[in-house]
Design a protein around this ligand. Structure first.
Ligand SMILES: Nc1nc2c(ncn2[C@@H]2O[C@H](COP(=O)(O)OP(=O)(O)OP(=O)(O)O)[C@@H](O)[C@H]2O)c(=O)[nH]1
Ligand SMILES: [Mg+2]
Length: 301
């Protein structure tokens, strides 16, 4: 499936609610305050969030008052442009001056971390990178198994220990292996946790410290995987995690499962962490490198 069509398919629910909703209310009408209010309502129910919605509503109101836009049909191009401007693209992954680049993947239980790692691995392998995986979720045996299955399917090496072992020790081993194999990228999985679980957040700090000890500067990226279906909650999670362990980017998973894809616009309005990737399905190829223009185009197509 082509790039744009996969994103379009993934955004179907959001497109129907957000872009479809706006298209329905503007059709055949002139812009007035009532119409702007209806648009505001649609943005809010699509989880664009209060601050970002306010930005778009203010821009619309101003343009309407200055008579720069009059007809309902002008609203969509107007919003598209504003949204694309606001959504500066994530800029892809940072890479280390010296290989390997280390990516630590964090998030709450079931957010989509392990699946997103598989997608990221496929994406990087397809680009010709040598990838090593670290099975840092030692909490459940099934977690190690799940990542092992992906590693086989994707043809990459995995470093793991038995269930219950210290995740920081796995991280250290994985860093060692990545160096020894001359890998370009090491991706470390972690167990799901809540920002309120103090010991688990400490564990995350320890993993970071150990990685840095073996590979100075690592992790170069800490990606938080957020479940888009949880809407504004996901945003709250990102904020809390970020306070405990600096997050450099967002992997927004399960965008295909929700009409609340407006969350992408919301994140930008409320946080300084870029969305770098979006997940639009359960398969390894269901990844999109986040691009503002492509996103807005797919949303309104
Ligand atoms: N539809 C859809 N499902 C997804 C996506 N990403 C992950 N999933 C599904 O979400 C469920 C949880 O995914 P995991 O990758 O196991 O999540 P996790 O964060 O590693 O979970 P824990 O390790 O238990 O904390 C699985 O059933 C995945 O197939 C996505 O982009 N779209
Ligand atoms: Mg997992």
């Amino acid at each position: 499936m082509g790039l744009l069509s996969r994103l379009k398919k993934g955004l179907k629910k959001t497109r129907d609610a957000l872009a479809g909703g706006i298209a329905r209310v503007v059709r055949g009408r002139r812009i007035d305050e009532d119409l702007i209010e209806e648009i505001e309502e649609i943005l809010l129910t699509s989880d664009v969030g209060v601050p970002a919605t306010q930005t778009y509503v203010d821009a619309l109101t101003q343009a309407y008052k200055k008579k720069e836009i009059r007809e309902g049909e002008e609203v969509i191009p107007f919003l598209k442009q504003r949204m694309a401007e606001n959504l500066a693209s994530g800029g892809g992954l940072k890479s280390a001056a010296r290989k390997p680049t280390v990516i630590l993947v964090v998030g709450v239980n079931g957010a989509g971390k392990t699946t997103s790692i598989a997608k990221l691995t496929k994406h990087l392998v397809d680009q010709g990178h040598k990838v090593v995986l670290g099975a840092g979720d030692t909490f459940r045996a099934a977690a190690v198994e799940q990542l092992t299955i992906w590693s086989k399917r994707l043809g990459v090496e995995i470093v793991k220990q038995t269930q219950g072992s210290d995740p920081a020790a796995v991280a250290y081993d994985a860093a060692d292996a990545a160096l020894a194999r001359g890998a370009d990228i090491l991706i470390v999985d972690t167990a799901g946790r809540l920002h309120t679980q103090k010991n688990l957040m400490e564990e995350l700090k320890k993993i970071r410290k150990v990685l840095d000890r073996r590979i100075p500067g690592a992790p170069h990226e800490t990606l938080i995987v957020l479940d888009a279906t949880t809407g504004q909650n996901a945003l709250q999670q990102a904020r809390m995690f970020h306070e405990a362990a600096p997050v450099t980017g967002i992997f927004l998973a399960k965008l295909d499962g929700t009409a609340k894809g407006g969350i992408v616009l919301s994140i930008r309005g409320e946080m300084d962490i870029p969305v770098k990737f979006v997940g639009v399905g359960e398969k390894a190829e269901d990844l999109e490198v986040f691009d503002a223009n492509a996103f807005v185009d797919a949303l309104f197509s």
